[in-house]
Design a protein around this ligand. Structure first.
Ligand SMILES: Nc1ncnc2c1ncn2[C@@H]1O[C@H](COP(=O)(O)OP(=O)(O)O)[C@@H](O)[C@H]1O
Ligand SMILES: [Mg+2]
Length: 309
C-alpha cells in the first residue's frame, strides 16, 4: 500500500450535541502520512467526538474535516464494539471488508491476514457471542485493519486488551504508518503511546492543548523527576510517612521505594531526608515518562469529574 498523499485535516471544528454540550470546540490539526499520532486526554476531553467526526459518524457544527485516503479506504475502530452477534468472527471481519468495497477474493485473503495479526486465527469459525471481551476487541481491530486502509482511526483499541495484544497492535500500527498510512489512535495507555507513537495530540475540555512529537512533549517535563531507591532494609512507619510526604504514586516493595516527586520536592532535599533516616544501597533518578509529563502538565490536572467516556 502506498499512502503517499493521504491526509487528515481538521480546521476550526466544533461539535455541539443536541443537548447543548460542546464535545469539542475550535479544534485544528493536520496529520501527515507516515506517522502514528496518539490522541490522549482525560475522560470527556473530546477524543471520541473527534474520532467520530473523522469516522463520519457525526457531523461538525462548525469548521471542516478533510480526509484523503490514498487508496480510498478508511479503517475505523469505534470505542464501543459494533458486532453482528449472529455471525462468526471471520464473517464479522469479512463484512467489514465488503462494506469497504473489497472484492470477495481480496476480502477473504485480507480477513485471514488481519485475523492472524490480531491473534484470532484459531477463533475464526467461532460465533462472535462465544468470544471473551478482549477477543471481541481484537475482532473490532481486525475490522479496522482489513483491506490495508491508508487512513486508520482507532478509538481506545487497547481498552480490554492484554499487554501482548497491545504491543502487537501498536507495533502493527507503527509498521503501517511506516508504509505510508495516517494513523490516529486514542489511548489511556501512555506507556504504549510513548513507546510507539511519533506524535501526541492532547485534548482537554474539548480543545487541543498540545500537538507535537512525543520527544518534544517529553522535553517540556525536564523538571519532573521521580526516584527509585534501594534501602538497606524495608522502611519503618516513620520513614514511610516521610516518603509519603515527598512522593506521589509511592510504591514500596520490601526495601525498594519508587515514586514521583510532589511539586517543590528536589532530588537534594529528598536525599537529605532519606539519608537522615536510613541507609541507601542504591539510588536512581527517574526521568520523566509521558505519564509523568501528562500528570504534571497543569496544576490540579486529573479526572475532570465529567462524565466518563
Ligand atoms: N452523544 C452525546 N450527547 C451529548 N453529549 C455528548 C455526547 N457524546 C459525548 N458528549 C459529551 O462531549 C464531551 C466529550 O466527550 P467524548 O468525546 O466522548 O470524550 P472522550 O472520548 O475524550 O472521553 C463530554 O462532555 C461528553 O459528555
Ligand atoms: Mg472516548
Amino acid at each position: 500500500m502506498s499512502g503517499a498523499g493521504s491526509l487528515v485535516s481538521v480546521e476550526g471544528v466544533g461539535k455541539r450535541y443536541r443537548n447543548g454540550v460542546w464535545g469539542v470546540r475550535d479544534v485544528t490539526f493536520r496529520l501527515p502520512a507516515g506517522r502514528v499520532t496518539g490522541l490522549v486526554g482525560p475522560n470527556g476531553a473530546g477524543k471520541s467526538t473527534t474520532l467520530n467526526l473523522l469516522g463520519g459518524l457525526i457531523r461538525p457544527t462548525t469548521g471542516t474535516v478533510e480526509m484523503v485516503s490514498a487508496n480510498g479506504r478508511v479503517g475505523w475502530c469505534p470505542q464501543v464494539d459494533l458486532i453482528d452477534w449472529s455471525l462468526t468472527v471471520a464473517e464479522n471481519v469479512l463484512l467489514g471488508g465488503r462494506l469497504l468495497g473489497l472484492g470477495r477474493k481480496e476480502a477473504r485473503s485480507s480477513t485471514a491476514a488481519v485475523l492472524e495479526v490480531t491473534g484470532l486465527s484459531a477463533c475464526a469459525e467461532r460465533n462472535a457471542e462465544t468470544l471473551s471481551g478482549g477477543q471481541l476487541r481484537r475482532m473490532q481491530i481486525a475490522r479496522a485493519l482489513i483491506g490495508d486502509p491508508a487512513v486508520l482511526i482507532l478509538d481506545e483499541p487497547t481498552s480490554g486488551l492484554d499487554p501482548e495484544g497491545t504491543d502487537v497492535l501498536f507495533g502493527e500500527l507503527r509498521a503501517r504508518a511506516r508504509h505510508g498510512a495516517v494513523v490516529l489512535v486514542s489511548s489511556h495507555d501512555l506507556h504504549s503511546v510513548e513507546s510507539f507513537a511519533d506524535d501526541i495530540l492532547l485534548l482537554e475540555a474539548g480543545t487541543v492543548v498540545a500537538h507535537s512529537p512525543v520527544q518534544e512533549f517529553l522535553a517540556r517535563g525536564e523538571e519532573v523527576v521521580g526516584v527509585e531507591v534501594d534501602l538497606d532494609a524495608p522502611p519503618d512507619g516513620a520513614l514511610r510517612a516521610l516518603l509519603a510526604g515527598q512522593l506521589v504514586e509511592l510504591s514500596i516493595d520490601g526495601s525498594h521505594v519508587a515514586g514521583r516527586f510532589k511539586p517543590g520536592t528536589t532530588t537534594a532535599g529528598f536525599l537529605r531526608m532519606v539519608l537522615s533516616a536510613a541507609e541507601v544501597a542504591d539510588f536512581k533518578q527517574r526521568t520523566a515518562s509521558l505519564r509523568d509529563v501528562y500528570l504534571a502538565r497543569s496544576p490540579g490536572a486529573g479526572p475532570s469529574g465529567r462524565e466518563a467516556s
